[in-house]
Write a protein that binds this ligand. Structure first.
Ligand code: G3P
Ligand code: CA
Length: 365
């Protein structure tokens, strides 16, 4: 990877010292991936949240991508505008029959009229923040941005500050975009290539929850475009409905159960460089809280990097055991030895890696 900043090297040295002698264990600092920017502090996926994340010096900044009606890549988490914008006030008549306002039904010019806020729950009139204690709802002024605007921000800061921070885009719901007559994977690759992200040394990981689309990207789209990017297979629980497929004329949830089996990991390793599981998929409940379920090592033995999501420092988001954010990080970094972490709080993870990682269980006395 291109990540060579001093902080990562320093942490790598600490973690190298933690490797158990005689087991041939190799260790390196996990990558810090700013999940939707510094989304623990500012409304997710805004350029402000990305700028704040940049100043914290993670290794990568994440972009979730969906398409507008006129084919622009918009950086936002959901295919709906409902829970992060005031669309219900600005365009009250534009919801579909299911009550959702779809990004793909709006042009970029229309999307730019919307105010963005922290993620909220409930109807806009009685909105409550999903994460109480974060940046207050509707304060200040934030807008949606395009993938190009965000790349130019990060590349511009790489030039003006001299760091080398990468991007980590996620193609959101390719099955939905295909159903709407749009090829979001092709558009994402074209944008990446235009901005110089075309090979493994470019400072990019490309991620998706869609295994078939990642295989299409690996075997068809990238060779045709003379590109070779590292791909990450995100792993969901089937019940979340991240991917929907047609079965006997009905739309049903795609079955993810195959992915974390030995055969599934071997198959993923044939087209991807890593997996991005929900963090709790890597653990089982032990006598003292969480314990290793062996999946991290199984994936790594197939040559896959393991980048779990999402590490949030809000007190309500931390499992009862170990009970505090650094304890949780200790487990995933010190014991599981994951290769990267998606976090809403990049500053706290970086601080932990620099100051606390050597005190985790397994570290020398
Ligand atoms: O892409 C890693 C992580 O972001 C996956 O979950 O739903 O936050 O996109 P989500
Ligand atoms: Ca994501």
């Amino acid at each position: 990877m291109h990540i060579t900043n001093c902080r990562r090297l320093f942490v790598a040295m600490i973690l190298l010292a933690m490797a158990v002698p005689g087991l041939g264990a190799e260790s390196t600092a996990p990558l810090v991936i700013a999940h939707r920017g510094a989304s623990g502090y500012l409304p997710e996926h805004t350029l402000e949240a990305k700028s704040l994340a940049y100043g914290m010096r993670p290794d990568f900044i994440e972009q979730d991508l969906v398409l507008s009606r006129d084919g622009h890549l918009i950086v936002m988490h959901d295919i709906y505008l409902d829970q992060v914008t005031d669309v219900a006030k600005v365009f009250p008549d534009r919801a579909r029959g299911d009550g959702h306002f779809y990004t793909i039904d709006f042009t970029l010019a229309e999307l730019k009229q919307l105010q963005v806020t922290q993620v909220f729950e409930g109807p806009i009139g009685t909105a409550t923040p999903k994460y109480p204690g974060r940046f207050p709802l509707w304060k200040s002024s934030f807008e949606l941005s395009t993938f190009e605007e965000e790349i130019e921000l990060i590349q511009g800061l790489n030039q003006s500050l001299g760091y080398d921070i990468g991007i980590y885009p996620e193609i959101k719901k390719p099955w939905f975009h295909h159903r709407e007559g749009q090829d979001i994977a092709q558009k994402t690759l074209a944008a990446l290539k235009r901005y110089g992200y075309s090979d493994r040394s470019s400072g990019v990981f490309l991620q998706s929850f869609d295994a078939e689309e990642l295989q299409r990207i690996d075997r068809k789209l990238m060779p045709a475009m003379d590109m070779d990017l590292p791909l990450v297979q995100l792993v969901a629980s089937t019940s979340w409905g991240e991917k929907r497929v047609q079965q006997a004329g009905h739309w049903v949830n795609y079955d993810y159960d195959w992915m974390l089996t030995p055969g599934g990991l071997e198959k993923i390793a044939s087209y991807a460089e890593g997996i991005g599981p929900w963090a709790m998929m890597l653990v089982k409940t032990g006598t003292n809280g969480i314990a290793d379920n062996g999946l991290t090592k199984s994936a790594q033995s197939q040559g896959l990097e393991v980048h779990p999501y999402t590490f949030r420092a809000d007190s309500a988001q931390i499992p009862e055991a170990p009970g505090d954010f650094n304890g949780l990080l200790c487990f995933f970094v010190g014991q599981l030895r994951v290769d990267g972490l998606f976090t809403d709080h990049p500053d706290k993870v970086i601080d932990f890696l620099e100051k606390e990682a050597d005190r985790c269980e397994g570290a020398p006395p």
